[in-house]
Design a protein around this ligand. Sequence first.
Ligand code: ATP
Length: 255
Amino acid sequence: MTQDDAVAVAIRGLHKRFGAKAAVDGIDLDVPSGSFYGLVGPNGAGKTTTLNMVTGLLRPDAGQVLIHGVDMWRDPLAGKALVGVLSDGVRLFDRLTGEQLVEYAGLLSGMDRPTAVERTHDLLNLLDLASAGGTLVVDYSAGMTKKIALAAAMVHAPRVLVLDEPFESVDPVSAANIRDILHGYVRGGGTVIVSSHVMDLVERMCDHVAVITDGHVVVAGTVDEVRAGSTLEDRFVELVGGRRVGEGPEWLRHS
Ligand SMILES: Nc1ncnc2c1ncn2[C@@H]1O[C@H](COP(=O)(O)OP(=O)(O)OP(=O)(O)O)[C@@H](O)[C@H]1O
């Protein structure tokens, strides 16, 4: 196995500044091929900024992102062909129906129409969206919107899936279905990177995890290595700090 096969995503010295704020301040990370990799960190830690640079959506100030050896920022077309993205807060073409949106994503990635149609059909069935395929995405619930965005991210059979908060607003049954689909994707040789605030979910779902705070990685490794005999949540609080003691101001207490 070559290094490019063994490491799905190699992040080297990544930096991004917004004005005076160093949002990402020197991130280095190797995501092993075939791993289910969780990215956790407090609000404002730099997770979304990192993932946007990894997926070719936001140009880094410095550093390098290699997707199976392809430099995302030197060859973005080749890099993006290898990655499927479910981004937090990026608008979809929501005046299309769900079916049109996924087909369109397939066509944009360069596949022929019959293949796009067939894959769309498979994905809508897989995600329990078949009966909503003809509905405009603007009329979808938040959870349905997440699922159709996931279908659009998967239609070109990427080698790496990057999912920013994929379970937000998704009901527990759909979330379990999505987890099964993602585990199947990983078993088939794909790599998933997922950001989440739900430690319990990351602990159960992922095999690797990195904790990011203030724009850099504080610890990374297998979930067992990172939690070091504790729960991931306790370890996270220990590493990141920020727990407030006390009950808040007096005026908020009524008894
Ligand atoms: N476009 C932008 N312009 C200015 N500042 C930004 C921009 N995007 C992010 N930031 C700042 O960069 C820092 C990192 O933000 P980012 O969204 O990457 O964090 P995050 O870890 O994803 O947070 P959350 O868990 O709250 O989603 C924050 O301080 C944020 O205010």
